[in-house]
Design a protein around this ligand. Structure first.
Ligand code: PRX
Length: 649
């Protein structure tokens, strides 16, 4: 059944079959509103605790929160052992599918054995609770096993996306003070082996704190070997006992660090801890997707190297005893129907992915999914950026067969878990809007002074109450934590960095970042990070970077550079050199879509670059107000230099 919104858009009521048996019904909102802390305490009770907490929340020193104070648990035990102890050892935890077509099926009992072996290996290598372990891996089971092994012994994992460069890895190893790196010889991407070990060798040569590198054999390609430092996973893990008695840690014991872009060039190490994080990712995974552990086959099609993978490939699904699919490769390898083939093969019932991929599938055409049996799907999810209604409707019709609710989930690396999203058995869906705060979450739209706006207004998104899976700080930089998130509206209000609109029905629509952070294919990249990479090249004197709308990736990176006096403008050749330079410096995801060499940049009288005007240029729009420029002829100069069409590659 469907209806319309006040603004005339179509809405979709929860399908009867889902509403009738949903894990949560409409009463969940009232329950949470009546007593937020009791509500979260109840959800914490879904986990197994070695020691009950004394206090649900200590917010006496905002913005430094402590959840489930005094409680003790082991995150890995909650994700693995307790399901085996309850008699579910034979249930599949992961159907893993390698890009070349090789597969592995891992039950909860096998996962328990392998995590125990890896935990024993880490201990043998001298890794202690609180030590940081970097994980730089392809999407293979050992990645998850490594994360859980760290959690099991209380070591703090730091997964660095395998697409990041050696430089990016080195700066993270250094910032976190990692003592060990777990990696692989390589992984498979787009039909070919893609090496990882050389980047680790390069990064570790600059990180004296790293004592050992454990290497999983995945591609079998030759690797350089540092005797005494490097160890094969099969040797050091393979010979360990499958028995490991776990220790219990404080609810606030650090679980992991995940680096994300901010408004400066230095990425922020977002710190997540144990009890509150697991409580919220577990409950949101169960409620947002209506996860039924006995019958669902759940698939988050994202990389474990991002927070989506941490929360909804690893910790959420495992804590709920889900059976998940994990896929190593890209959607078009070896053909454009690969994802749909996987859905058909494993009978996937819940699929969670990003709008940028959906738009790519739209470009490839509906005939591709139509060639596969997708009838097992019952719930779809979206994450990473606003999903435009056109993509929403396409996803609904051509993937969901018109019967699957789409749960559009707004959240961030910092929030750890879902914060604003509809519930599949409860909410009438409005395509394009993330809709309402999750039960127990307080999200508001405010003006520049922090006053809450009434419905039908546009402003800034804030979170006005602490939540269990919130970041606890920026690793090693409490001041930056306070400044970045808790200074604009005081120490009790979290500023998310997103613009938002509340429509006349009270639904929240996310409008993208209001700071200098771009969102490219659902990944955050800071303009400053790309600018500092560009000015690090010997030919570049000055650079300004903006995110311009892109029909597939959400935003594309557009850079304007001024060359040094002695640099030769070789046209396309120079542009290619600079693109490659950024890709090497940061990683291929940060490679600019377009680079324009200009003589001047538009600046205000105080010397600030007017990105707004550059964005107008990048998007081929009429220029906005130029009266605050020192020299308004600059814009004409830039426009004269523009190529007829953006150079894409
Ligand atoms: O701008 C919002 C956008 O992605 C940012 C968070 O990025 P990251 O920490 O990399 O986490 C991505 C996966 C959780 C947000 O500040 N964003 C994420 N999900 C949505 C979204 N924007 C609109 N709708 C969403 N569903």
């Amino acid at each position: 059944m469907s209806g319309t919104t006040e603004t005339g858009g179509q809405t979709f009521s929860p399908p009867e079959v889902i509403a009738a048996g949903a894990n949560v019904g409409p009463e969940v909102y009232e329950e949470a509103a009546a007593d937020r802390l009791a509500f979260w305490a109840k959800q914490a009770g879904r986990l197994s605790w070695d020691r009950q907490w004394d206090e649900v929340l200590d917010w006496s020193n905002p913005p430094f929160a402590k959840w489930f104070v005094g409680g003790k648990l082991n995150v890995a035990y909650n994700c693995v052992d307790r399901h085996v102890e309850a008699g579910h050892g034979d249930q599949v935890a992961y159907h893993w599918e390698g890009e070349p077509g090789d597969t592995r099926t891992i039950t909860y009992a096998q996962l328990k054995d392998e995590v125990s072996q890896a935990a024993n290996a880490l201990t043998e290598l001298g890794v202690n609770a609180g030590d940081r372990v970097a994980i730089y891996m392809p999407m293979i089971p050992e990645t998850v096993i490594s994360m859980l092994a760290c959690a099991r012994i209380g070591a703090v994992h730091m997964v660095v996306f395998g697409g990041f460069s050696a430089d990016a890895l080195a700066s993270r190893l250094d910032d976190a003070g990692a003592v060990l790196v777990i990696t692989a010889d390589g992984g498979y991407r787009r039909g070919a082996a893609s090496a990882l070990k050389p980047a680790v060798d390069d990064a570790v040569s600059r990180s004296p704190g790293v004592r050992n590198v454990v290497v999983v054999k995945r591609t079998g390609e030759d690797v350089e070997w540092a005797e005494g430092r490097d160890l094969w996973w099969d040797d050091v893990v393979g010979r360990q006992s499958t028995e490991h008695t776990c220790e219990f840690f404080d609810a606030e014991h650090p679980l992991y660090i995940m680096y994300t872009s901010g408004t400066t060039a230095k990425p922020k190490g977002i710190l997540h801890t144990s009890g509150g994080y697991l409580t919220q990712v577990s409950f949101t995974h169960w409620a947002s997707f209506d996860l039924k552990p006995d019958t669902d086959v759940f698939w988050t099609a994202a990389d474990v190297g991002w927070v989506t993978g941490h929360s909804y490939i690893v910790y959420g699904p495992l804590s709920n005893r889900a059976t998940s699919v994990m896929y190593e490769g890209t959607p078009e390898t070896p053909h454009r129907g690969r994802w749909w083939e996987i859905v058909q093969k494993y009978g996937v019932t819940i699929l969670y992915t990003a709008p940028t991929v959906i738009r790519t599938f739209m470009k490839w055409g509906e005939d591709v999914p139509a060639g596969f049996d997708l009838s097992t799907l019952r719930v779809l999810g979206s994450v990473g950026e606003p999903i435009n209604p056109e993509a929403w409707l396409w996803y609904h019709r051509h993937i969901g067969g018109g019967r699957c609710p789409i749960v559009d989930t707004w959240w961030q690396t910092e929030t750890g878990g879902h914060m604003i999203n509809p519930l599949p058995g409860v909410t009438s869906l409005v395509p394009g809007s993330a809709q309402v705060p999750f039960p127990g979450i307080s999200a508001k739209v405010v003006d520049d002074e922090g006053n809450e706006l009434s419905d039908d207004s546009t402003g800034l998104l804030v979170l006005t109450e602490p939540w269990p899976s919130m970041l606890r700080t920026i690793w090693g930089d409490d001041d930056r934590y306070v400044d970045t998130y808790w200074s604009r509206f005081g120490k009790n209000v979290y500023f998310a960095g997103d613009g938002a609109k509340k429509d006349a029905d009270g639904n929240i629509w996310l409008l993208g970042r209001v700071d200098d952070v771009m969102n490219v294919s659902g990944h955050r990249i800071s303009t400053t990070e790309v600018e500092s990479s560009l000015v690090g090249h010997p030919t570049v004197a000055e650079a300004a970077v903006v995110g311009a709308s892109d029909p597939t990736t959400g935003q594309g990176i557009v850079a304007f550079v001024i060359l040094r006096g002695d640099a030769v403008d070789s046209g396309d050749e120079l542009v290619q050199t600079l693109k490659t330079h950024v890709a090497k410096d940061i990683g291929p995801i940060a490679k600019p879509r377009q680079i324009m060499v200009v003589q001047e940049l538009p600046k205000t009288r105080s010397g600030k670059i007017m990105r707004r005007l550059l964005r107008d240029i990048a998007e081929n729009r009429e220029l906005g107000d130029v009266t605050t420029l020192t020299d308004s002829s600059v814009m004409n100069l830039i426009k004269e230099k523009l190529p007829a069409a953006p150079s894409e590659d």
